[in-house]
Design a protein around this ligand. Sequence first.
Ligand code: DQA
Length: 167
Amino acid sequence: MVKLYLCLRKEAKKMKIQIINGPNLNLLGVREPDVYGNVSFAAYFTQLQAIFPDVELDYFQSNIEGEIVDKIHEAGFGFDGIVLNAAGYTHTSVAIRDAIKAVPAPVVEVHISNVFAREEFRHRSMLSAVCEGIIVGFGLDSYRLAIEALRGKNKKQEQDKKRKNYA
Ligand code: DQA
């Protein structure tokens, strides 16, 4: 008699990260290229997807504060992390700060330019204190570094969970 063994391997669940860009970042590649470079976010996003095949990346951009708040609410309960460049709202928005505090997902604040080497009004962030961490001044690579940081944190949490289950 031939015994048939079916081996069903559970697919590892992909980590989910939401990227949110704020006002004027729809003009990346065109806007002040000396500060923000000449690559569009759409082109860079394709690179990010190739760098992180193990991560489900979602991209959202809005010039409207309330839409950014809504997206943080939406992603903040279902995603494993948020990479947020709130752009100009970084320096002014109590509403975005409160939204970050309201959701369980860790948020990494990113900036393409080194805001501390620029005008003084950019030195203050309403968001940094309620974010998991901040990555500033590495050009578009700031987003990759933020994803690395969230992925590292997530892996560590998964390992800790497994260790607890075996203990
Ligand atoms: C920015 C810095 C902000 O001060 C500015 O308003 C932006 C972009 C950055 O990525 O360097 O729009 O967040």
